[in-house]
Ligand binder design. Sequence first.
Ligand code: AHR
Length: 499
Amino acid sequence: MEASVRFDTNFNAGMIDRRIFSGFLEHLGRAIYGGVFDPDNPLSNEDGFRKDVIDAMRDLQMPFVRYPGGNFVSNYDWRDGVGPDRKGFPDFAWKATEPNLFGTDEFVNWSQEVGTKPMLAVNLGTLGASEAAALVEYCNLNTETHWASERRRNGTPEPHNIKMWCLGNEMDGPWQAGHMPAEQYALKARNAARLMRGIDPTIELVAAGSSGRFMPTYMEWDRTVLETCWEDIDYLSAHRYANNTANDTPAYLSEGLVIDQILDDYSGLLSYVKALKKSKHDVYLSFDEWNIWYRERGGKNRDGEWQVGPTQLEEIYNLEDALVCAQFLNSFIRRADLVKVACLAHIVNVIAPILTSPHGLLFQSIYHPFQLYSQKAHGLSLTPSVTSETYEVEDVGDVPFLDVSAAYDPENGDTSLFLVNRSTDHDLDVNVEITDVHLVEAGISKVLTGDAPQVANSWIQPSLISPVDGNVSIQDGTFRVEVPRLGMAVVSGAKTTKR
Ligand code: AHR
């Protein structure tokens, strides 16, 4: 099957914000205890951090990691997780015992070792603005005041200087500790924002948007929050977990159209509130939880039976999940004008690209699209004009077989292409033209595919789904890229010069 896509470097969505390749680490299941932090394991360093996890995280090149939750944050007192006196507490969100051995300072240290930056969420469920402001003081001030002095006493003389802050998590959800109506949350978030910015005016703030499109208050919640908080925030959060509960691969692979719809919804709402306020200020989207999550949801996944680091949400990812993961990233890249931050939820063990055992790591299928995109998507997001055959999906409509995004570096003309073939049985031969440049070198193509949508890596067969070399060439001034059925291709290192 053939498809074609045309770009022109003058038609673009602006620079790709590298923060769309961020991640999320929550006190949940084996994400921290037995995941990133495992002091008794010989694979860990002197700080108790798993060295193999650190190496894998470096490879993912995540600019930020959001922490400590998630639902967890809404009943978490950060003060229990700093200093020498650590006491455990029963976590309401996941019914596990939180020993508080890993807290803010450990997370900041771990982030430094990984080469990422912390994006801290504050508890606006069971705590409020003053505790949030105290955490900003603890992290970012060097004053002779209580919490800044505590940080120094706890071993960090210089401020952590945390730039990104989330004002609570999913406060629209009845499952959330301290869940409240939109009006109340909006006022609480605005109050917290003002106190936190009063402590450090340089921080950037994310207000909690809807937990997902499935919520009855979707958009209404977001509108209320935006109308109250507009001038006090920089981003609104969006969350989505895709699923294939219907066990229908072609329908599942149309996920990119749903993501595009969500981005359009938010784009419209943000424009509406900006116009309503006659504001010069802009608020962007922080898509700070996204992934696939449907297999490991109920029962023990919700109830950790008061264990430390129980096995929860350890979803096994397959080929079709990797192709959906790639579509999330294509959508975020195409809407570089809107999506400035996005966090893969999560990073280790809990609905994660990396699984740990006491003896090593397993890279799940979704590790690979994330790693390929994160390493290669630099520069301007070119806006694609796609010609592709389509197939029909109920409730979605006509779905093009080809999903594509592109990054073009205006400094040196380097170009990367990111292509997904949604067809379950036809390879795609894609003709890619960039109308205002000469193609000098085709670069290299890496493809990810497999025998069947359900094929997954396992401890016994860890590399069934991993990138292999693909085919890309220049013919008649255009790229020809082969994208296998049930597959994706990332072309990088392509060189172009302006016409
Ligand atoms: O990522 C798991 C949970 O999903 C998070 O804690 C919550 O924010 C979301 O509902």
